[in-house]
Design a protein around this ligand. Structure first.
Ligand code: SAM
Length: 340
């Protein structure tokens, strides 16, 4: 698609998406940046990420905190620590806190609701990313005050999904997304790019799926092989560019949504966040987990800046945002519906 140009509306066919995914991406990134500016402006929303448990009952083949990895030192934050970290995030100016964990049943419906209610006493938006739970759990979390939920579909290729997620169901993951939407969450999903056996065709299907469910947030991550997982040998440097292209096309198709420049992008490319912010992204999710825990939430190795204290890391990110003429948003950064 050499003739790609700025438009207010894109309804790309699968063939057109595939063509863009096979292009060098240069024009695509430029146009995605324009669409981002038109629909969500120059503000960058910061979401403070707290990784509160690395205990997980699942065995996703790519993930460093999978249950079968017995080399991970497991931890669970206490409720007090979670609240302290959230308060620290607020003091740094974060308007959104994201609570993420492995699928850890220790955090029962009641425990989660208690934590949510306490965090929501602060004037901040709260995002959860704790995996597949029942409709009633999601409903209780929403009633307790949670605003948003992130649960990546990872891949829409059902056969590949099955291979990568033992004892898990693609259909249930999709149902979780529909339940979250029905309950009124701002709902985020996304995919991994560079999975073994993943085709450009299936990446195009992922983008069409995001459009079909009208996701409010999309996070795209290049796969970063973890040495203690079955996918340890799958490192492909080209994953960065391909993930960037998936992200940029998503911006064209879902123009006003929130799209993070993901930590995984920064991890495989030292300038990854800035490049992503200039190719369609408008969100950054700095890790505000403190102390020793930050290093232990090792879903993939050498996570960008995981060895930095949260203040230094925070200031670095703000300086990077300013260096490209963008600014940090002062509001909670819900999906911007004002232009559509
Ligand atoms: N348990 C929750 C869930 O299932 O949604 C949230 C935690 S999970 C660790 C968060 C995300 O990490 C996943 O959606 C996956 O895309 C990403 N992830 C895991 N292993 C990864 C890897 N090796 N490279 C890149 N991203 C990875």
């Amino acid at each position: 698609m050499d003739n790609l140009e700025f438009k207010e509306e894109y309804n790309l066919s699968k063939e057109e998406i595939v063509e863009l995914l096979k292009s060098d991406g240069k024009k695509l990134f430029e146009i995605a940046d324009k669409v981002r500016k038109h629909y969500v402006g120059d503000a960058v929303h910061l979401r403070g990420l707290i990784e509160f448990s690395n205990i997980c009952k699942r065995n996703c083949l790519y993930c460093g905190i999978r249950a079968l990895n017995d080399k991970v030192e497991r931890y669970r934050l206490s409720e007090d620590d979670i609240l302290d970290f959230a308060e620290h995030g607020m003091e740094l100016g974060y308007k959104t806190i994201v609570l993420q964990s492995g699928e850890d049943d220790f955090f029962s419906r009641d425990k989660m609701c208690r934590i949510i209610e306490k965090i929501k006493k602060f004037d901040i938006a709260l995002t959860l990313s704790i995996g597949e739970r029942s409709y009633d759990d999601y409903k209780a979390f929403k009633n307790a005050g949670a605003d948003r939920y992130l649960i990546r579909i990872e891949t829409t290729d059902k056969d590949l999904y099955k291979k990568l997620h033992p004892n898990a169901s693609f259909e249930n993951r999709v149902e979780c997304l529909y339940n979250l939407k029905e309950l009124g969450y701002e709902t985020g999903t996304g995919s991994l790019v560079g999975l073994p056996g993943q085709s450009v065709d299936s990446l195009a299907d992922d983008i069409l799926f995001f459009k079909k469910i009208d996701a409010d947030m999309i996070g795209i991550g290049p796969l970063i092989p973890h040495p203690q997982t079955p996918l340890k040998g799958e490192l492909k440097p080209a994953n960065f560019d391909m993930a960037l292209k998936v992200m940029a096309i998503t911006r064209l198709m879902l123009k006003n949504i929130n799209i993070p420049a993901t930590t995984a992008m920064e991890t495989i490319n030292p300038n990854g966040r800035i490049i992503a912010l200039q190719s369609g992204a408008n969100v950054v999710m700095p890790n505000i987990t403190q102390g020793k825990y930050k290093l232990k939430y090792e879903i993939y190795p050498n996570k960008a800046s995981s060895d930095m204290d949260s203040l230094t890391y925070h200031n670095n990110i703000i300086n990077k945002i300013k260096s490209i003429g963008r600014y940090v948003s002062l509001d909670k950064g819900f999906r911007n519906n004002s232009l559509i």
